[in-house]
Design a protein. Structure first.
Length: 201
């Protein structure tokens, strides 16, 4: 006599992709060059995950955990990463234009050669972060903790141009140059030098 097995509520499979992400962590996942554009990844645990070269444009990363994750060369254009945890994460050469890092933790994060124009770091904690040769033109750091930040002297916070915008941009002040404090696009944030694009079917 056959018996009908009934699944408990705990065994019921997730209804959709979003539910999978929120019910299960992605600790140690290999998401290299993954297309994660526009996804709601808020609160997801990416500890020790490989996100090298991943495209997270416009994704919601609020409260997500990226402890010791590899986000080198990733694109986070216009992401919301409020209160996210990037402790020890590698963001080297990543594209962080217009990312909202308000309240985020970036302890000891590797942020070498990143492009973070117009990014927001309100009340973020960048203690011991390495920002070697990174571009923060137009970025705002109101209330941010910058204790023991590394290689700030090598980072770019302002551009210097000849009067009348004639000539090449320079990154050190000298006579005859005008300091530019923000991106010329103002509140608009257009992606620069996109290496690849996805075509919808």
């Amino acid at each position: 006599m056959s018996k009908t097995c009934k699944r408990s509520k705990m065994e019921t499979p997730p209804a959709n992709y979003s539910e999978i992400l929120h019910r299960y962590s992605l600790v140690g996942a290999n998401l290299e060059r993954a297309n994660l554009r526009g996804l709601d990844l808020s609160g997801v645990n990416f500890t020790n995950s490989n996100l090298r070269g991943a495209d997270l444009t416009d994704a919601n990363l609020d409260n997500a955990i990226f402890v010791r994750a590899d986000l080198s060369r990733a694109c986070l254009h216009r992401c919301s990463a409020r209160n996210a945890d990037f402790t020890g994460a590698d963001l080297s050469m990543s594209y962080l234009r217009a990312v909202d890092f308000s309240g985020a933790r970036l302890w000891n994060a590797k942020m070498r050669r990143v492009t973070a124009k117009n990014a927001i770091f309100f009340d973020a904690d960048l203690t011991s972060a390495n920002i070697f040769q990174s571009d923060f033109l137009g970025a705002r750091f109101n209330g941010a903790i910058l204790d023991n930040i590394k290689n700030a002297d090598w980072a770019v916070f302002w551009w210097y141009i000849p009067e009348g915008w004639r000539g090449q941009i320079e990154y050190a002040p000298r006579e005859g140059l005008v300091r530019i404090d923000e991106s010329v696009t103002g509140g608009y944030s257009l992606q620069e030098n996109a290496s690849r694009q996805y075509n919808e079917d």
